[in-house]
Design a protein around this ligand. Structure first.
Ligand code: TYD
Ligand code: MG
Length: 419
């Protein structure tokens, strides 16, 4: 083991092997017949928030562990407080906070309109205390805010260290399975992917949700990156309001509400999990001041933007070598799927030529290095969603046929036919 580094000492608890003398010991549990195991989908615990339910795959599974991770200040405590309220309408819920005192949580609760307060609360950082309350299956759900503040006296090291976080998570997993108590555990993410961060816990828990968004932006996305009981990559949209987080049932509408029909604005149909979502892509092109053209991207990969600008220059006949290019995805959303390429290119082309793109048109398509436009997955779902929201034109890969769809083979082709 390398020394001279913080937190490099790892505790390896010694297993009690005295009962295994001779290598074999008497069984303490009888295996069940698989078909006799009782389980029904109806036993899932509804959270009272349609977006959270759909991300979880229909509610919380009893006896499961959900890790809710996210940057500090994003709204994790607010969300679990609301869930505690809603779930306690018909289940027994305990909210444990190691971060805030009872009075502080009460104060936060006061901001949330109509918060149901039938749940129980405890301020502690002692994980053994929390575990003692699982005895006899007293609660259907226990919320732990946050795992980084919890410590066990039987382990050395302060709260938040690798050994505390992993061992305490393991203890909670065991308690959850033994007593059929569901847990929601909050974990902080640090920029450097901290050793004691949620990354370490991902394989220990059943479900991992990330709450994402701009810290001061209003729209937040709840994303499932692991789910033993549902689809991964599902996304729910929530809005931070004066009265806590609210489910946004139609995110496309919310994202397009303030759209201006100006050059440089394009509507892209993206996929978030299995759900199509319409987002405005904006571009601004202005002459470079210092000869070296700047590329700035918000919500989109900067390297990819550089590449797309080069493809436009070489294959699309748009000269950007003396132009600064700024691209912004509206609503503080981050998009990474290749289908957005064509939308970015047309937004830049529109901004640079001053031509407005037909306001009733949507755009999607992946762009290759030779300027060819490639087909993307789930095109039909994307087009259906666009139609539902009143868009009747589309600039899309040539493989898609339909009235009012402009099927473009190359970016030069798409740029010529901006309208
Ligand atoms: P918080 O839930 O404490 O974030 P986390 O637990 O992830 O660190 O707080 C999120 C922010 O939300 C905080 O800056 C205050 C704000 N907020 C509202 O805008 N409206 C509300 O009703 C509440 C309770 C908080
Ligand atoms: Mg918090």
């Amino acid at each position: 083991m390398q020394c001279d580094a913080w937190d490099s000492l790892v505790e390896n608890p010694v297993l009690n092997t005295s009962s295994r003398k001779g290598g074999v010991y008497a069984p303490s549990k009888k295996p069940d017949k698989f078909h006799e195991i009782e389980y029904s989908e109806n036993s899932r615990i509804g959270t009272g928030n349609s977006e959270v339910d759909s991300v979880l795959g229909g509610g919380i599974v009893p006896g499961s562990l959900v890790l809710l991770a996210g940057d500090p200040g994003i709204g994790k405590s607010t969300l679990v407080l609301q869930l505690a309220g809603d779930i306690s309408k018909n289940k027994k819920v305990l909210y444990v906070s190691g971060e805030e005192s009872a009075a502080q949580v009460k104060l936060r609760g006061g901001r949330i309109k109509d918060l149901n307060t039938d749940f129980e609360f405890m301020a502690t950082t002692d994980v053994d205390e929390v575990l003692s309350h699982t005895h006899g299956g007293n609660y259907d759900l226990i919320i732990v805010d946050s795992i980084q503040t919890m410590s066990s006296q039987s382990l050395s090291g302060a709260a938040g260290t690798t050994s505390q976080v992993t061992n305490n998570t393991n203890s909670l997993v065991r308690a959850a399975k033994d007593t059929n108590t569901a847990f929601i555990i909050i974990g902080h993410v640090t920029k450097e992917g901290n050793v004691a961060g949620p990354r370490l816990m991902e394989h220990l828990v059943d479900t991992v949700l990330y709450l994402e968004g701009e810290r001061y932006g209003l729209l937040k996305m709840l994303r499932s990156v692991k789910n033993r009981f549902g689809a991964t990559n599902e996304v729910g949209m929530l809005e931070m309001t004066e009265m806590g987080l609210k489910a946004v049932s139609n995110p496309s509408e919310a994202l397009l509400m303030e759209r201006q029909e100006l050059p440089g604005s394009v509507i892209f149909v993206g996929m978030e999990g299995t759900r199509p979502i319409l987002v405005e892509v904006q571009a601004l092109v202005s002459p470079s001041v210092f000869g070296y053209p700047k590329r700035v991207a918000d919500g989109f990969d900067l390297n990819r933007l550089g590449l797309l600008c080069a493809v436009m220059q070489k294959r699309g006949g748009v000269n950007l070598s003396t132009q600064d290019v700024y691209v912004n995805i509206v609503g503080g959303i981050k998009l990474a799927e290749p289908a957005i390429d064509l939308a970015i290119i047309l937004a830049i082309a529109s901004a640079s030529s001053g031509k407005i793109i037909n306001p009733g048109a949507v755009v999607f398509g992946e762009v290759g290095l030779s300027g060819e436009i490639r087909s993307v997955n789930m095109s039909n779902l994307r087009l259906q969603e666009a139609k539902k929201l009143g868009f009747n034109k589309a600039i899309v890969p040539a493989s898609i046929k339909g009235i009012n769809y402009y099927g473009a083979k190359t970016i030069a082709d798409a740029i010529k036919n901006l309208k």
